[in-house]
Ligand binder design. Structure first.
Ligand code: SOE
Length: 411
């Protein structure tokens, strides 16, 4: 039954002076697109959810002193640092939140864990399996001292997807046969789009594969709950050189100049695999699908039913219940905004939809609970390593080029 306070929506909560909960100081490294999204999550979470600790936005870090000060003011951080080591060393920082490109994840995360901090790290966990292994090992050691580490696969926290997992776990789909995952964007479709760090292997590790493929690999394993036995892959770089950027990127955009440089990552990755249960899985990740802005789409088919989801309509889940009489069965749309749906108890009345940014508040909520209870958060660094191994296997399979060549002779 809903209470009056739920009907009123999120409330401001107690003031800092009235609040007797222990403070949890957060220090964030990086403040571009992901940093802005994480800031929003940290700012919001303690005012919406009942948490055992009170998150405090203690300090943000970036290399440019003027820019990081401006980011601190804009996003609500009390202090600004220009050296991540100084941020990690601060007494008022309990959690280090890493929102930098992949090439610095391992160094910062391992140092933070060794300094006794909890860590939240953006995805993909690292640029290589070796780095991810070192991070998972550091997280394991830190667990002995009550410190936890989480990787930021935020889409696990879309209520419709958390609910999808619940339905699958309850057996509503029966044995799974197909898991079909796509993640389509189009911000690279213009060949004049400049060579930002996401297009450079040394900074990003891989292209669409690590940027988008990592999300759908994590989700597939999270939903279906099983390891992949192996993969068979194709990757492609359609635009091989791009204009060099002339300024700092803002979000996914950046100005381009006249000089050109090589794109050293994939534009698209396609791969298939088999789950231990025998279900077949397919994945497609691309930033070259004209018109598709943030289309993380999936469909799961089981022997008793199916589920379908599209991130561009993220409050909805399509469910086909094969137990219904055939004459009236069919995919039906569930509006995932009821208080009984995951995370929804704290938000708005039914039908008052959530969006992309709420996933970061949910992520922060789950991390705070894990810290307070000393339990391993999900997804852990071990989960991040599991995804990293799949990404490496995809690259290896694509490199070996197992495509069976067809011989085309005239009829
Ligand atoms: C760009 O492709 C991007 O910002 C990814 O890096 C994020 O992980 C994804 O959630 C949205 O798109």
């Amino acid at each position: 039954e809903r209470t009056d306070s739920q009907d009123a929506g999120p409330t401001a909560g107690p003031t800092a002076a009235q609040d007797r909960r222990p403070a949890l100081g957060v220090g964030m490294v990086g403040y571009a697109f992901m940093g802005a999204a994480h800031s929003q999550g940290w700012r919001t979470v303690g005012r919406v959810f009942d948490l055992p600790m009170r998150p405090v936005l203690a300090a943000v870090c970036g290399r440019d002193a003027t820019a990081v000060r401006a980011a601190a003011d804009r996003h609500g951080w009390a202090a600004a640092e220009t050296d991540w080591r100084a941020l990690v060393a601060r007494d008022d920082v309990d959690v280090v939140d890493i929102c930098t490109p992949g090439d610095s994840h391992a160094e910062i995360a391992v140092a933070a864990l060794e300094a006794g901090k909890h860590v939240l790290c953006e995805k993909p966990l690292a640029n290589t399996v070796a780095e991810a292994e070192a991070m998972a090992a550091a997280a394991e050691r830190a667990r002995a001292h009550g410190r936890v580490a989480m990787v930021g696969f935020n889409y696990r926290r879309v209520p419709a997807l958390a609910y999808a997992r619940r339905l699958i776990a309850r057996g509503r789909l029966g044995a799974l046969r197909h898991v079909r995952m796509t993640y389509l964007q189009d911000w690279l479709v213009d060949p004049a789009f400049p060579l930002t760090w996401r297009l450079e292997r040394e900074h990003a590790g891989s292209g669409a594969l690590g940027d988008l493929g990592a999300h759908i690999v994590d989700l597939a394993l999270h939903l279906a709950g099983e390891p992949l036995e192996g993969v068979s892959a194709l990757t492609e770089t359609f635009v091989r050189t791009r204009p060099l950027p002339t300024g700092a990127p803002g979000g996914l955009r950046a100005p381009g100049g006249t000089g050109r440089g090589p794109v050293t990552v994939d534009d698209a990755a396609l791969f298939t695999g088999r789950l231990a249960s025998g279900a077949l899985v397919s994945f497609e990740a691309t930033r070259m699908a004209a018109g598709r802005k943030n289309a993380l789409r999936l469909e799961v088919n089981g022997e008793r039913g199916s589920l379908a989801f599209d991130l561009e309509r993220l409050n909805e889940l399509s469910f086909y219940d094969g137990d219904e009489p055939a004459e009236s069965a069919g995919f039906r749309r569930i509006l995932v905004t009821e208080p009984d749906h995951p995370y929804l108890e704290a938000w708005w009345p039914p039908g008052h939809a959530l969006g992309y940014e709420h996933t970061f508040a949910h992520q922060a909520r789950d991390l705070v609970h894990a810290i307070a209870s000393g339990t391993e958060p999900e997804p852990s660094f071990a989960d991040g390593l599991r995804v990293q191994r799949v990404l490496a296997a995809v690259e290896e399979s694509a490199r070996k080029n197992a495509l069976y060549t067809l011989v085309h002779t005239p009829v």
